[in-house]
Design a protein. Structure first.
Length: 415
């Protein structure tokens, strides 16, 4: 008997997935557990295995389509089976305008239909969309009015966070550019979708929806480099040789954040959430784009444990096996571009987090000691914070104390 292959849910925050590529075509034999299609959430790509064996009778969604989770992707069964009912059941129900109707304006009622006003159903919005809309001061009606066909991009016209971002960008007066301009030479048009689309939306939303400022400083890196040298020459059986400068810095950050709960916080609507533990988000550059996996309970982990978890998440991001839940829930972010030779940069907030730390490369810097100018190795640090929740003075104190902790790193370990 023919069966539908369903698109599984990948984390609580994922509502739709983009079909990247089918590994089988209609008429091909398929075994249960065999990879059928590769899909992409707004955070990561993963493979969907067939839940039945037989022949791939029907592909229900083509490459490039955005498909709601728990929808049927394909039908697998025996050649010649009647699958009309399964294929029809998998098609999205036509959107009824009444479901998404917005209450008429008073002037429209005065103009007057003779019929009494009908009850209007609540406009469907995802929780994240409602939260973002509240921060932007947008109503569901305003959002629908600005969207094509007056419907959200989610299942059955549901408004998603990207619809709110699109409406806010349009309201800010960002003009759409035309691809028909006469540019010299050939031009390649690359669709912005999947993770790249998410990055574009999130960065624009971050800058538009928060009062960001950045503080720049540098910390003496001599203690970090000396301790790293000790670890590299330690006995192999201890498993400490792979610990990097980045791991040492992340460890110091988590310990310092425990002393500064306002920095380790979220700003949501009209309230702040101060976290008892640090869930450290670390930026990872991948072929698919920027990913920011989260080290859960980082403030409870030893240096060795944190290094192991960082390596695991980094590998999962590069291989495309990281889960959406592993990319959510950070309380503070560290973005390290020092390995790329960048001396310093201004990181962009990852809302609703209150702050993010940008880390640059180690550089020689002249400093004065006992009346003499000497050179010491320093590491640049840039803290971007949301002024709506974190003022400049406490942010500066945090950055200063972090620099002091790095300067005396072994003392931090002893604490």
């Amino acid at each position: 008997m023919a069966e539908q292959v369903i698109l599984p849910r990948q984390g609580q925050s994922v509502e739709t997935c983009l079909i990247l590529s089918w590994k089988k075509k209609e008429g091909d034999p398929v075994s249960e557990g065999e990879v059928l299609v590769e899909v992409e959430t707004d955070k990561a790509a993963f493979e969907v295995e067939s839940t039945a064996g037989g022949t791939l009778l029907k592909i229900l969604h083509q490459e490039g389509e955005d498909v709601p989770v728990l929808s049927a992707l394909a039908v697998v069964g025996k050649p010649g089976e009647d699958i009309a009912s399964l294929a029809d059941a998998a098609q999205p129900r036509p959107k009824a305008a009444a479901e998404y109707q917005i209450a008429a304006r008073p002037e429209a009622q005065e103009a007057g239909a003779a019929q009494p006003a009908k009850s209007v159903k609540k406009i469907a919005m995802s929780p994240r969309a409602r939260q973002t809309a509240a921060k932007r001061g947008l109503t569901p009606g305003q959002i629908l009015a600005a969207l094509p066909e007056g419907l959200g991009s989610g299942p059955r016209g549901r408004i998603l966070e990207r619809d709110v971002d699109q409406t806010a960008a349009a309201a800010a007066g960002h003009p759409a550019t035309s691809g028909a301009a006469d540019f010299p030479g050939p031009v390649q048009e690359v669709p912005v979708r999947g993770i790249r689309k998410l990055i574009a939306e999130r960065m624009l939303s971050s800058l538009q929806g928060s009062a960001q400022y950045t503080l720049h400083s540098s910390a003496c890196a001599e203690a970090l480099l000396a301790y790293r040298k000790k670890l590299k020459s330690s006995p192999e059986e201890l498993g400490l040789q792979a610990i990097t400068i980045n791991d040492l810095l992340n460890y110091a950050v988590t310990r310092m954040l425990l002393r500064f709960p306002t920095v380790n916080s979220h700003f949501v609507g009209d309230k702040s959430l101060l976290f008892e533990r640090v869930h450290l988000a670390v930026a990872v550059d991948t072929p698919r784009g920027l990913m920011v996996p989260v080290i859960r309970n980082a403030s409870l982990l030893s240096l060795k444990q944190m290094t192991a978890e960082t390596d695991r998440l980094h590998k999962a991001c590069l291989e495309g096996t990281v889960t959406p839940d592993e990319l959510n829930g950070g309380t503070f972010t560290v973005s390290n571009m020092g390995t790329l030779g960048i001396e310093g940069f201004t990181p962009v907030l990852n809302p609703p987090q209150a702050a993010i730390l940008g880390v640059g490369s180690v550089q020689l810097k002249p400093v004065q000691r006992q009346g003499e100018v000497v050179f010491e190795r320093t590491i640049s640090l840039s803290l971007t914070a949301n002024h709506q929740i974190l003022d400049g003075a406490p942010a500066a104190v945090f950055l200063r104390e972090l620099c002091q902790a790095l300067k005396g790193f072994e003392l931090l370990l002893a604490g």
